[in-house]
Design a protein around this ligand. Structure first.
Ligand code: S3P
Length: 423
């Protein structure tokens, strides 16, 4: 489905609740599948990626009932799935499930769509193999054939700050003999650690190192925060559409995810956090955002994992900031649903942005009037689609976003919710 976007006639105004966090939704389902009894998940995501995880866990024996909330019942032991397990577009599903399946007493096969089948799996195959896992792959890419084994714990220093890698190893550690410890160069999102602890696993965190031993999880009621990565598009829109003022309710504010707030504030954004609270071990709050004059800044080092999924929309906003914005140390962006360094630079150039690709990031010179009047591609990447929608709000002429339907991967409600804020 192609989508036409043009400059809105009005400001953004009003208050909305941000839909469920994708990363936490995956973990809520997977960990409930590992617990013995019934878990209740409140505010489960409607995105395609968490639904891929749900469907796989059903094939592994868990039963589900949707009332207002999602009820998951499991006996805490996985059963042999007599079919391939399809992860769709979801890297989180494939990497986390590989960790779990590596230590089962049956074999399994994980497959993915065209984009997922191009993404690197060596980053999990290497450490899991050190634990004794047997995984066959297609040149270190999906499909992955996992031959269940008895695993043993390892101490692993991860070369990259990746929550998917860290979580894959820790989940394998729940089924391994002895202790498993992962250390990462910078802290990546820690939802796995927080939820495993909430569900009574034997887990300890010490700065950049996390350790687990074999554990049986306790079923719980898990309330999922709104996704700050989805909120990012609304924050961005309010900052650039003149006279806007919005409130976003129930946004996850886990410090491993709030790099975008730090960066926007450094650029001069008027963002205020209201009513901070904790639900199911995760910090949340409401955000008040007003249209702001912005300045460029440098984004590098340990903040990168804290905003990795928001870099495409930050690049859009940087076109409207005075001066230069430099994004460095973000080479892993090339391994996402698309090569996001290349794809966002290519598409924003078509709109007239002054933007350049570097090997590990992006340089943007602002402030530029985006012209539009062209077609842009989404490269089957939900975050590209939403970032280009925000760019479309700035263009002097209408733009056509090809294959906009990819937003369904994380945020099917994106456009309908956006329109409720146009007054
Ligand atoms: C995710 C971790 C991030 C992020 C992805 C979701 C997760 O990937 O980009 O969208 O749920 O663990 P990496 O941690 O591998 O960079």
């Amino acid at each position: 489905m192609d989508k036409k976007i043009s400059k809105p006639n009005s400001k953004l105004n009003g208050q909305i609740s941000i839909p469920s966090d994708k990363s936490i939704s995956h973990r809520a389902v997977i960990f409930s599948c590992l617990a013995n009894g019934t878990s209740v998940i409140k505010n489960f995501s409607k995105g395609q990626d968490p639904l891929s995880t749900l469907s796989i866990c059903q094939k592994l024996g868990m039963t589900t009932e949707f009332k207002d909330d999602l009820y998951i019942t499991s006996c805490g032991k996985l059963i042999f799935p007599d079919t391939e397990l399809y992860c769709g577009n979801s890297g989180t599903t494939m990497r986390l499930m590989t960790g779990i399946l590596a230590g089962q007493n049956f074999n399994s096969i994980l497959t993915g769509d065209e984009s997922l089948s191009k993404r690197p799996m060596k980053r999990i195959i290497t450490p899991l193999s050190l634990m004794g896992a047997k995984i066959k792959s297609n040149n270190e890419k999906a499909p992955l054939e996992i031959c269940g084994q008895n695993l043993h714990g390892i101490t692993y220093s991860s070369p990259i700050a990746s929550a998917q890698v860290k979580s894959s190893i820790l989940l394998a550690g729940l089924f391994a003999e002895g202790r498993t410890t992962v250390t990462e160069p910078y802290l990546s999102r820690n939802h796995t650690e927080l939820m495993l602890s909430y569900m009574d696993a034997d887990i300890t965190v010490n700065d950049l190192s996390t350790s687990v031993t074999r554990s049986q999880l306790t079923p719980k009621t898990i309330e999922i925060p709104g996704d700050i990565s989805s909120a990012a598009y609304f924050i961005a829109a309010a900052l650039i559409v003149p006279n806007s003022e919005i409130i976003l309710k129930n946004v996850g504010l886990n410090p491993t995810r709030t790099g975008i707030l730090d960066v926007f504030k450094k650029m001069g954004a008027d963002i205020v956090i209201l009513d901070r609270r904790t639900i199911s071990n995760e910090l949340i709050g409401d955000l008040k955002i007003k249209y702001s004059d912005l300045n460029g800044c440098t984004i590098e080092g340990n903040i990168i994992p804290r905003l990795i999924d928001e870099i495409p929309v930050i690049a859009v906003i940087a076109t409207q900031a005075q001066g230069q914005t430099v994004i460095k140390d973000a080479q892993d962006l090339r391994n996402k649903e698309s090569d996001r360094i290349n794809t966002i630079v290519t598409e924003l150039k078509k709109l007239g942005a002054n933007i350049e690709e570097t090997s590990d990031g992006i340089i943007i010179n602002g402030k530029t009037k985006l012209q539009g009047g062209v077609e842009v591609e989404t490269f089957h990447d939900h975050r590209l689609a939403m970032s280009l929608y925000i760019a479309g709000l700035l263009c002097t002429k209408e733009i056509l976003i090809k294959n906009f339907e990819w937003v369904k991967i994380s945020f099917p409600e994106f456009e309908s919710l956006f329109k409720t804020l146009l007054t």
